[in-house]
Design a protein around this ligand. Structure first.
Ligand SMILES: C[S@@+](CC[C@H](N)C(=O)[O-])C[C@H]1O[C@@H](n2cnc3c(N)ncnc32)[C@H](O)[C@@H]1O
Length: 256
């Protein structure tokens, strides 16, 4: 039985995973409540420590995470490129207080949009990113959940989604993956960075009303949505009590 005793929220992989390895993916998905999730995140301090479930700057997690993302994206540099006549436009899904954009995406993109539904996080992100807002490096800030996002055709060179895909059940996750195919530039890249379930099934996390997918289910869903997995790496250097974290680099099966 996948009893996990550690942490809180979707970064740490949950202190309250229900013992439910017998449940089907559909059963797990039916437990996800968007409103419970928003209530939970709205109750959390708008800080790096808050969005990382207590594994903030006093721990090795934020630095290790950024080093891992930089290493991963640098290895992929020859595998994606900006579309002719366009800018290197990125988007940060489930952006929290802007941590990933500030420490990582602005270094790899000319301009970054952010999407985050929780009002206090959006307010804090604007302060945290003020320097980049002044420099014109921040585009739109969409204060909406990712299941409500409407893609702008061929806008993005790099789509980044970290530690928030589990907020969506598989049916909405598939729709979002489909929208990403519309939104990506020719030869652009989608990267998903998420915890993996160490059980043989997806696990519901009642703390933030999300789920933790197995690596197997991620791969199945990418394929079903018409995405080709071109590279994947495990995040190194995280405290051993945390769930494994994996980065998935994806390109549309059929280039748009
Ligand atoms: C674990 S935090 C990760 C934040 C950020 N990606 C980071 O790594 O610093 C999860 C984030 O997902 C956001 N979130 C929750 N439900 C969401 C949804 N339906 N769509 C988009 N983001 C959501 C939360 O408000 C929170 O900011």
């Amino acid at each position: 039985m996948p009893v996990k005793e550690i942490g809180l929220g979707s970064v740490t992989g949950s202190g309250s995973q229900v013992e439910e390895s017998d449940l089907s993916i559909a059963d797990v998905d039916s437990k996800i409540s968007y409103s419970d999730a928003i209530d939970y995140w709205t109750s959390i301090p708008p800080t790096v420590d808050g969005v990382l479930g207590g594994f903030g700057e006093q721990t090795s997690v934020p630095k290790a995470d950024i080093v891992g993302s930089n290493t991963f994206i640098r290895k992929l540099k020859t595998r994606f490129s900006v579309e002719e006549g366009k800018v290197k436009y990125g988007i940060d899904f489930g952006a929290g207080v802007g941590r990933v954009t500030k420490d990582f995406l602005v270094k790899h993109c000319d301009k970054v949009d952010l999407l985050e539904p929780v009002v206090p996080f959006v307010e804090k992100m604007k302060t945290n990113l003020s320097e980049y807002i002044d420099e014109g490096k921040i585009g739109e800030i969409y204060q909406i959940p990712m299941q409500d996002w409407e893609p702008e055709p061929k806008k993005y060179y790099l789509i980044w989604c970290q530690w928030c895909c589990g907020q969506l059940p598989d049916n909405d996750f598939l729709k979002w993956l489909d929208n990403c195919k519309k939104a990506i530039q020719e030869n652009g890249l989608l990267v998903i960075k998420e915890n993996n379930s160490t059980s043989d099934t997806d696990i519901f996390d009642e703390v933030d009303s999300s789920k933790t997918r197995t690596d197997e289910n991620f791969r199945k869903l990418f394929k079903k949505a018409g995405w080709k997995l071109i590279s994947t790496d495990k995040q190194k250097g995280l405290p051993k009590e945390l769930l494994p974290v994996r980065m998935y680099a994806l390109k549309p099966e059929i280039e748009n």
